[in-house]
Design a protein around this ligand. Structure first.
Ligand SMILES: *[C@@H]1O[C@H](CO)[C@@H](O)[C@H](O)[C@H]1NC(C)=O
Ligand SMILES: *[C@@H]1O[C@H](CO)[C@@H](O)[C@H](O)[C@H]1NC(C)=O
Ligand SMILES: *[C@@H]1O[C@H](CO)[C@@H](O)[C@H](O)[C@H]1NC(C)=O
Ligand SMILES: *[C@@H]1O[C@H](CO)[C@@H](O)[C@H](O)[C@H]1NC(C)=O
Length: 260
């Protein structure tokens, strides 16, 4: 199960996923509690690794824009990347999903750490993958070095949550205790590592308040947060590399250079 399996071609992985994965070759893959974890090392590693969690409302996973593309971006800068390609979502698992995605993300972190390939390990999630990243990075047993939350779902409070993500993860009628426990703004502690947050102010799918709630929790615990909110842009921008108004990865590079 933990053995590294030599690789399927990009084309066969892409067709298996039903989409194009033209941006980065998948070099190795292994199973994590039934989910696939791919390993995409940098040519010359700087010793820092990142586990990527694509979004998709806990309904599916957006593996190209929020998986292979950020992996390629990291590799070009010397970071080793892993993608948890198909963690539990409504498309592949019984709902409500909790605690399966959270268990899979923690197990992926453990398996990566066990290889001792990198000295620092962070987690980067988009949208619902941002929720999974936020719940993982705030679990002290993950012992992560940093987190990157891109237009994340943070809260499970109906006032500001993404309702589809909430229903898929904890159902329509969660206990108040479960709702609070999976609202990532309640999970920040004095040992939460440095966090980068990105959102657009008029995101029509996941309200910007999600980012502010987490940033405020970081402030309450005097933890370092690097927060970028741009005034305009829809949800699910990915890296927006070719959009001069919305590109945000320059700020992320500054975080990676000075905050981790
Ligand atoms: C399964 O994924 C597709 C996108 O790939 C999505 O449109 C659909 O809603 C998902 N199904 C469920 C049950 O969430
Ligand atoms: C890694 O090396 C290969 C072969 O030299 C090259 O084609 C590729 O562009 C390099 N990738 C990065 C991210 O530097
Ligand atoms: C952290 O992860 C462990 C499993 O390693 C789990 O038992 C525990 O409930 C998690 N803590 C929180 C706050 O979710
Ligand atoms: C989620 O649904 C509740 C009602 O159940 C509603 O008040 C709230 O505005 C919805 N949130 C979002 C982000 O759509």
């Amino acid at each position: 199960m933990k053995a590294l399996v030599p690789l399927l071609s990009i084309a066969s992985v892409a067709s298996a996923m039903g989409e194009q994965a033209q941006n980065s070759p998948v070099l190795r893959r292994q199973s994590v509690n039934g989910a696939i974890l791919t390993y995409q090392p940098a040519n010359v590693s700087n010793g820092v690794g990142v586990l990527i969690l694509p979004g998709g409302g806990y309904s599916y996973t957006s593996t190209d824009k929020e998986g292979y593309q950020p992996a390629a971006w990291l590799n070009q800068r010397g970071y080793d990347a892993w993608i948890l390609l198909d963690y539990a979502t409504a498309n592949n698992s019984k709902t409500p999903l909790y605690p399966l995605p959270q268990d899979q993300a923690l197990e992926a972190v453990k398996q990566i750490r066990a290889k001792s390939i990198v000295t620092k390990l962070g987690i980067w999630g988009f949208s619902a993958g941002g929720h999974l990243a936020a719940t993982t990075v705030t679990n002290t047993s993950a012992d992560l070095d940093f987190g990157i939350l891109a237009y994340p779902v943070i809260t499970m409070d109906p006032k500001y949550t993404h309702n589809g993500s909430r229903t898929n993860l904890i159902g329509n009628n969660p206990s108040p205790e479960l709702q609070d426990r999976l609202s990532a703004e309640n999970r920040v502690t004095n040992s939460t590592p440095p966090i980068f947050l990105f959102h657009t102010a008029n995101d029509g799918t996941v309200p910007v308040q999600n980012t502010y709630l987490f940033a405020n929790a970081m402030a309450s615990h005097e933890r370092p947060a690097h927060v970028l909110v741009l005034p305009d842009g829809g949800h699910g921008l990915g890296l927006a590399l070719s959009d001069p108004v919305r590109t945000w990865t320059g700020e992320l590079e500054r975080f990676l250079k000075y905050s981790i």
